[in-house]
Design a protein. Structure first.
Length: 792
């Protein structure tokens, strides 16, 4: 969130400059940075008045104006549609310099001398609107510097708020923090509302059919408004918050949103079919066109605001196109409501919609702020749009929220914080944050409704600590020994495993355990998914039973952002159904490769990841964990391509699967590159893991190397040949490596050539050539007999 420095100065008394303010707020838990000046620098621009405005003699769309600058009257040519006599404008005379190093000088425009420029907001860097020139307040003094008149020398502050602090999503919320830090009082914006004799209750009726989703709905009715320009002070604040100006009524609702943190919506009341508001859940696949001119298909239960006949707004998210405030609007119905956070969060996810209103409602707005926000907006509309506010608020609030009471023990506060604060000091801090406090041996604290994050005593202690100042909490110097503990075997196991994987270039990922049941049904064939009771969206509504869907989601996400070279792993949980009982939670290791092996570099050729890269990582795991030799056995899995699907064995035990992900699975996530994937049972790995190291002395005697190339059928696996070489060679064979695979002429079409390097060595003597040859011949005989191998 972002706001200007001067806005906070209006609401709280403090002397800190912007940098000091940012530091103080950051130290109290609200991370704040000074982004820079609010507006760009420009010079020589003053408040001017258009004294004459005549048609240009040579151009239909241009006007020749005489502008009083306070010290002189200058002639200028202007093409803005809203320029007129009597208007006060931002005038840049000769010698002025505008943003972008634009120097102003007298020029000839179609035969008429133009001695300056009447500026739009865009030309001064005050907004993106260049369609019209600025219309200044009539009260501004002619000749005054525009920067001074509009108070443009200001600073932009940016706030990185934690999700648990929705109360700080407003200028008042942040000013409350500042007031607590300075020990001063919060200065609330004024409301001087005058109402007509006509009652709003006679104009509109409200009914809530789903109070769980919409606990409170309030409305005010305002007649005879005038849609027009927004005052500069409102535009400035909206600009600092990153919002564009639309018209005076809509801008006022946005101002109140950013000022007090409560979303509002203004409807064109004349477009309602009936004078009745009905809040209900949407029917399945009900259609509704929102303000952005998109027709949306709604999920059942989505909160709808209707006029009893047709929808007029998505509750808490966005208004409807048919009832939007426009230049023709005369009568307005002003909505101020409170919506259930989980309901709004779910609807926003389902619709793929985000808005400032949705953000605040899904994090938790204040149900008791509904009347104040409504009256503040009504007052400003009355003042700046000339509206007549009908008497009374029409408020539907079936079950008012009950305040939370928490018992706070002062001794507990000091014990945890190592402080010696008195009860009155604690009360002062909590009262400054607008907590109600009743004194006694223990303090009874009433939590304000704008603080949904405070539910326990420890939360109150945190509030006291951050306002008191973390920097004031003294470091404990109590003497004591150091408790030494042995590293737990399972932690050592995970450390070795992570080291093995990261050393192979894999990065660790953390994925969501919730997945899309529709996609996963295609990926894994599973129909009996474990559904969560309150999913945040349909795409995250069931628990995964394998890691693949989560992994494909990561690959797809990266590919969509031009990150195609991926190698990662995760140690994550899967959930296996267990009848009527809770599901069994199993810990799995997942590994995935996609794209190129290395980053682009001039000195090497790039190669794609393939199955053997995945196999190499599995071999590294086998070696580092010392869990037995790796062996892959062909076995079909729905997750993988039939031609490249294997069981993973460490020693004699099947511990998982590996291979190339099936095309139908990749297509569900729009992945057009091969993905190589392994999923291993962590419990089986841990049971095989040994953290003990056995010393092996350096060999005393030299080794002898022999190469062996044999021709075998295509369906013979290299691993089987290697195992036979090791078994036939006995203790003298110390290493076997496959170094070549060849298919093609002169090898028969159904055959392949496999070449191995075999190392022979004895621990007790130097082997003679005859001894090595004897063992080598025995190996060849065994391969010939068992695999019908032919020596090349």
């Amino acid at each position: 969130m972002r706001l200007c420095y001067s806005w906070l100065k209006e609401l709280a008394d403090f002397e800190w400059d912007p940098a000091e303010l940012a530091d103080k707020l950051s130290m109290s838990g609200t991370e704040t940075v000074v982004s820079g000046p609010l507006f760009p620098e420009f010079t020589g621009v003053v408040v001017g008045k258009v004294e004459e405005c005549d048609q240009h003699p040579s151009a239909d769309k241009l006007k020749v104006c005489k502008v009083d600058t306070g010290s002189t009257v200058l002639s200028t040519v202007c093409g803005a549609p809203n320029v007129r006599t009597g208007l006060k404008v931002a005038f840049a005379g000769p010698g002025a310099e505008l943003p972008g190093n634009l120097a102003i000088s007298a020029v000839d425009m179609r035969g008429v001398k133009s001695e300056g420029m009447i500026c739009s907001e865009a030309e001064l860097g005050l907004s993106d609107d260049h369609s019209i020139i600025m219309e200044l307040d009539r009260q501004l003094k002619i000749g005054t510097s525009l920067r001074e008149a509009l108070e443009l020398d200001d600073w932009l502050l940016e706030f990185d708020l934690t999700p648990n602090r929705p109360d700080c999503l407003s200028a008042i919320g942040l000013a409350r923090e500042i007031a607590a830090l300075t020990g001063t009082k919060l200065k609330m914006p004024k409301i001087h509302l005058s109402e007509t004799d006509q009652s709003a209750a006679n104009e509109v009726d409200i009914a809530i059919e789903n109070p769980q989703s919409c606990p409170r709905y309030m409305a005010r009715v305002i007649h005879d408004i005038r849609i027009g320009q927004t005052p500069w002070w409102i535009k400035k604040k909206l600009y600092s918050a990153g919002m564009r100006s639309i018209n005076n009524v809509v801008d006022i609702t946005n101002l109140v949103l950013m000022e007090c943190g409560h979303p509002l919506h203004a409807f064109d009341f004349d477009r309602f079919s009936t004078p009745k508001i009905v809040v209900r859940g949407a029917k399945k696949d009900e259609k509704f066109t929102t303000l952005d001119e998109v027709e949306r298909t709604l999920a059942e239960g989505t909160v709808l605001i209707t006029d009893s006949k047709k929808p007029v707004a998505l509750g808490g998210i966005m208004g409807g196109l048919e009832s939007e405030v426009s230049e023709r609007t005369s009568n307005v119905l002003l909505e101020s409501a409170y919506f259930d956070p989980p309901t709004i969060r779910k609807s926003g996810k389902q619709l793929g919609l985000t808005s400032e209103s949705q953000l605040r409602f899904e994090k938790g707005a204040d149900p008791n702020n509904v009347p104040n926000a409504c009256d503040r907006a009504a007052y400003l509309i009355q003042k700046y749009a000339g509206g007549k506010v009908l008497a009374g608020q029409v408020d539907c609030y079936p079950e008012p929220v009950k305040p939370i009471l928490i018992t706070l023990r002062p001794a507990r506060v000091n014990n945890l914080l190592a402080t010696d604060l008195s009860s009155p000091q604690m009360i002062d801090i909590l009262s400054a944050l607008e907590f109600g406090v009743k004194t006694g041996k223990k303090l009874t604290v009433t939590v304000p409704s704008f603080r949904p994050d405070v539910t326990r005593e420890i939360d109150l202690i945190e509030e006291i600590a951050r306002i008191f100042g973390y920097d004031k909490v003294k470091t404990s110097t109590a003497a004591g020994g150091t408790l030494l503990t042995r590293e737990r075997p399972e932690e050592r196991f995970k450390e070795v495993l992570r080291t093995a994987l990261t050393s192979q270039g894999c990065v660790e990922a953390l994925t969501n355990t919730l997945i899309d049941p529709v996609k996963d049904k295609v990926v894994s064939g599973i129909e009996d998914h474990i559904a969560v009771l309150k999913p945040v969206s349909a795409e995250l509504s069931v628990l995964r039973q394998n890691l693949l869907s989560s992994f494909l989601n990561i690959v797809s996400y990266n590919l969509n952002r031009k990150k195609s070279d991926i190698s990662f792993f995760e140690v994550g949980r899967v959930f296996i159904p267990s009848g009527d009982k809770l599901p069994n939670e199993l810990l799995k290791l997942g590994i995935a490769f996609c794209g190129k092996e290395q980053a682009v570099h001039w000195d090497r050729e790039l190669s794609d990841y393939d199955f053997f890269d995945l196999k190499g990582v599995l071999q590294s795991i086998s070696s580092e964990l010392r869990i037995g030799d790796l062996k892959l056995s062909p076995k079909e899995s729905r997750l993988l391509e039939k031609s490249m699907s294997f069981d993973v064995l460490f020693g004699k035990d099947i511990c998982g699967i590996c291979g190339e992900v099936a095309r139908r699975a990749r297509e569900q996530y729009d992945i057009d590159l091969p993905v190589f994937y392994a999923e291993i049972d962590m419990q089986m790995l841990y049971e095989k893991f040994s953290s003990e190291r056995t010393f092996v002395p350096v060999p005393k005697y030299p080794s002898s190397l022999r190469d062996l190339a044999v021709i075998v059928d295509n369906d013979v696996f290299s691993a089987d040949l290697r195992d036979e070489i090791v078994q036939s060679g006995g203790e003298l064979v110390t290493r076997v490596e496959l170094f070549d695979i060849y298919e093609g002429k002169p090898i028969p079409a159904s055959k392949k050539s496999l070449a191995y390097s075999i190392e022979y060595r004895s621990d007790s003597k130097t082997l003679t050539d005859e001894e090595v040859d004897t063992v080598h011949r025995r190996i060849i005989e065994r391969l010939t007999k068992k695999f019908s191998a032919e020596l090349r």
